[in-house]
Every structure is written in structure tokens, then in C-alpha cells.
Write a protein that binds this ligand. Structure first.
Ligand code: CAA
Length: 262
């Protein structure tokens, strides 16, 4: 793959149709500081605009996906600083805007903002060493990048309250059992599994994958009847695409579909 040299806190490689973004602040367990979040926004925008890229994989190191927002950088902030900059609101916009699928490959600590960053991806594949937590209460704050909202939707109120109130960590096994992650694999297999999933997605019609993302995300935004209507209309609309014709013809002719994103 080709390696992009433009970042100091990330390692970005484009391999086949996959943009692999690796958080890279090893001395701070990939704590999310302003520079890292700005570079991540840039890297995601670049992936979104790069026609070659069909799927993004976001990962950290073996020891830490990310140990949270950078506490050193935050500690002296006042309310006025945080409010005026809309701390973490602005910095995370790009992630929500990305229409290409993003897989989080999590090994080690995914705490606070790290857990929240993983939850902003489309799904999470975890190594058996992964530890998830929302320990902000230990710092005298609550989560600030969606933890109280997203974790609750993933794992339900009881477990979410437990995590946020006690600040305890969840193992990969518990995270899979409770619906936070889609798969758990041995640490050594994590990148193979995540890149394999990304390669699978890259084979599909990018247009259809975008539609899947829109439809699933709707489930978190609107009442069920509205979500069902949105899905059905999207389903109807896809009959206007060449990829629908190709996908169904290929099935009937017992061959592999050749999607053209049209
Ligand atoms: N911010 C800044 N630096 C951090 C950090 C963070 N969130 N997490 C770890 N580091 C730094 C440590 O300060 C340490 O740096 P030094 O070597 O310069 O002292 C280095 O990373 C290694 O960390 P430890 O020595 O602590 O490593 P450990 O293996 O003993 O412990 C850990 C690992 C349990 C993850 C521990 O580092 C830890 O508890 N980190 C903080 C976790 C946390 O509270 N996260 C929530 C942050 S707040 C937040 O995220 C708000 C939000 O929702 C937006």
C-alpha cells in the first residue's frame, strides 16, 4: 500500500481499496488531543474524497485503541473555553459525515473518548485483549463524545449506568455478549480479521453500502414506522440502479456480480 506522510499523530496507509488509519501517539496511549482529532478529521475527509477508497479501518496499537481524551490538554480548561470551542463537537463532525463504511479494530484500552470514538464507527471488531470503559466519573466529568447516549443504546440502561457510574472496564467477551462489538478475535488475528471484513465490504456496490449505512443509522434517529418507511423507499429506489440489475442477474446466472457503483 501507499503510506501518507502528512500526519504526525496518525499512520495512514491506502491498501487496495481500504484506508487504514492508525492512531499513533504511543507515549500517551493514543489519547485524543486537538492535533490527533484534527488529523483524524483530515484523514477521514481524504478517505471520503478518494475514489479508490471503499472502506476505512480505524485502529490503534496493541496496548491501546485510545485511552480517552487527552487529560493533560483538558485539565486547565474553563467552561468558557470548552463552550466557546464546542469542545469535541467540532472535532468529531467529520466522522459523522463520512458516508463510507468505517470499521473500528480495537485492541487494548478503549476508554472514555476512545470508547466513544470506536462507537462512532459503523461497527467494532475487538481483540480478546480489548478493555472498554467510560471512566470519566473518576475525573469529575461525564462522557463528552456520546458515551452516555451511544453506550446506552448499544448495551442498555443497566450496563451503561454501571459502566458510567463505577467507571469499571468491560472485557471484550462482555462487550460482545452485550452487543457493543460485532466480533472478538485473538489479538494476533485482529488486523487480519478487520482488513478481511473491509475487503469483503469493498467487493460490494459502494452505492448499496452507503444506502445500508443510511438505513441502519436511521434506526437510531426516528420512530420505528418512519425507519421502516425510510428503508422500504430506499429499497424501492435501488431498483433504479444498474447494480441491482447486475446483482440479481448474477445470482440467477450463478456467477459473481460485477458491481459498478451505478
Ligand atoms: N490523557 C493523557 N495522557 C494519558 C491518558 C489520557 N487519557 N491516558 C494515558 N495517558 C498517558 C499517561 O499519562 C502516561 O504518560 P506518562 O508516561 O508521561 O506519565 C502514558 O499515557 C502511559 O499511561 P500509564 O502509565 O497510566 O499506563 P498504565 O498501563 O499504567 O495505565 C490506563 C493505563 C489504565 C489506560 C491509564 O493510563 C488510564 O487510566 N488512563 C486514563 C483513562 C481515562 O480516564 N480516560 C478518560 C479520559 S476523559 C474523556 O475521555 C472525556 C470524554 O469523554 C470526551
Amino acid at each position: 500500500g501507499t503510506r501518507c506522510m502528512a500526519y504526525e499523530t496518525l499512520i495512514v496507509e491506502i491498501e487496495d481499496h481500504i484506508a487504514l488509519i492508525k492512531l499513533n501517539r504511543p507515549d500517551a496511549l493514543n489519547a485524543l488531543n486537538t492535533q490527533l482529532l484534527n488529523e483524524l478529521s483530515k484523514a477521514l475527509r481524504a478517505a471520503e474524497e478518494n475514489e479508490k477508497v471503499r472502506c476505512v479501518v480505524l485502529t490503534g496499537s496493541e496496548k491501546a485503541f485510545a485511552a480517552g481524551a487527552d487529560i493533560k490538554e483538558m485539565s486547565e480548561k474553563t467552561f468558557v473555553d470548552a463552550f466557546t470551542d464546542d469542545l469535541f463537537g467540532r472535532e468529531t463532525q467529520e466522522m459523522l459525515r463520512c458516508r463510507k463504511p468505517i470499521i473500528a479494530a480495537v485492541s487494548g484500552y478503549a476508554l472514555g473518548g476512545g470508547c466513544e470514538l470506536a462507537m462512532m464507527c459503523d461497527f467494532i471488531i475487538a481483540s480478546d485483549t480489548a478493555k472498554f470503559g467510560q471512566p470519566e466519573i473518576n475525573l469529575g466529568v461525564v462522557a463528552g463524545i456520546g458515551g452516555t447516549q451511544r453506550l446506552t443504546r448499544f448495551v442498555g440502561k443497566s450496563k451503561s449506568m454501571d459502566m458510567h457510574l463505577t467507571g469499571r472496564f468491560m472485557t471484550a467477551e462482555e462487550a460482545e455478549r452485550s452487543g457493543l462489538v460485532s466480533r472478538v478475535v485473538p489479538a494476533k488475528k485482529l488486523m487480519e480479521e478487520a482488513m478481511g471484513a473491509a475487503a469483503k465490504i469493498a467487493e460490494k456496490s459502494a452505492l448499496t453500502a452507503m444506502a445500508v449505512k443510511e438505513a441502519v443509522n436511521r434506526a437510531y434517529e426516528v420512530p420505528l414506522n418512519e425507519g421502516l418507511l425510510f428503508e422500504r423507499r430506499l429499497f424501492h429506489a435501488l431498483f433504479a440502479t444498474e447494480d441491482q440489475k447486475e446483482g440479481m442477474e448474477a445470482f440467477l446466472e450463478k456467477r459473481e456480480a460485477q458491481f459498478r457503483d451505478k
